[in-house]
Design a protein around this ligand. Structure first.
Ligand SMILES: [Fe+2]
Ligand SMILES: [Fe+2]
Length: 224
């Protein structure tokens, strides 16, 4: 098995979460297995190994923090596990682009950097879709539950979703921002005005410094 996926990066958070909130529901476990499969296979792509390992580490950190955020929100076990899986899978659409149009996609990332644009705006302009939408479509085709599909599809803009209460998409959104993104320009760690209003409405905005500190702790733990 390739380097990034075989290590203990996944095992430790899974064991800790299971101890605290009970076993992962089967429907979510099958999506976590899908994430591991897709990352493992993607690592065979010669030109994309490093970015894929970086996305794997970012996804794992995002999933772990998203689960902690949900737990602190006193969410049900199902939502906590969905937040974990949503974090793990939120950037799976990047793997589709890296595997299908790798060289062109690197240029799109570079162009976003030069223009100072967010990646999803450049993706929309070039491909007519985004990695969030591609990832959501993949999960939907693989039978992922709607709430998980939404957490992935709206990971950059959960305020566009019609879900107004705290949900796994809220936790994934905040955790993803706090880790700063797995690929250049995907997420620069800066909240937009709509994002700020969204977090304020959910009572999460004042908790941002606390979760920032927790993410810094998670980032110190080597993955793989
Ligand atoms: Fe993303
Ligand atoms: Fe991300």
């Amino acid at each position: 098995m390739p380097a990034a996926v075989k290590k203990d990066g996944l095992r430790a958070p899974l064991e800790q979460l299971t101890e605290r909130v009970g076993p992962m529901p089967t429907s979510i476990a099958s999506m976590v297995s899908l994430a591991v499969e897709v990352f493992t296979l993607s690592e065979r792509l010669r030109f994309s190994i490093r970015p894929i390992q970086k996305i794997w580490a970012h996804s794992l950190r995002t999933g772990f923090l998203a689960a902690l955020i949900s737990e602190a929100h006193e969410a049900q076990s199902q939502i906590i596990w969905r937040s974990f899986a949503g974090g793990l899978l939120h950037d799976i659409g990047l793997l589709i682009l890296l595997s299908q149009v790798s060289q062109q996609f690197f240029r799109v990332v570079e162009l976003a950097s030069i223009r100072g644009a967010t990646l999803h705006i450049m993706e929309q302009e070039v491909y007519g879709t985004t990695h969030a939408e591609l990832g959501a479509a993949l999960l939907s085709r693989w039978g992922g539950e709607d709430a998980l599909v939404h957490a992935v599809g709206f990971h950059d803009d959960p305020f566009r979703n019609d879900q107004t209460q705290f949900c796994s998409a809220s936790a994934v959104y905040l955790a993803n921002i706090l880790d700063g993104g797995g690929i250049a320009q995907d997420c620069d760690g800066v909240l937009c005005a709509q994002g700020e209003a969204y977090l304020r409405r959910l009572g999460l905005l004042e908790q941002v410094p606390y979760w920032q500190a927790r993410m810094r702790e998670i980032q110190k733990v080597p993955i793989g």
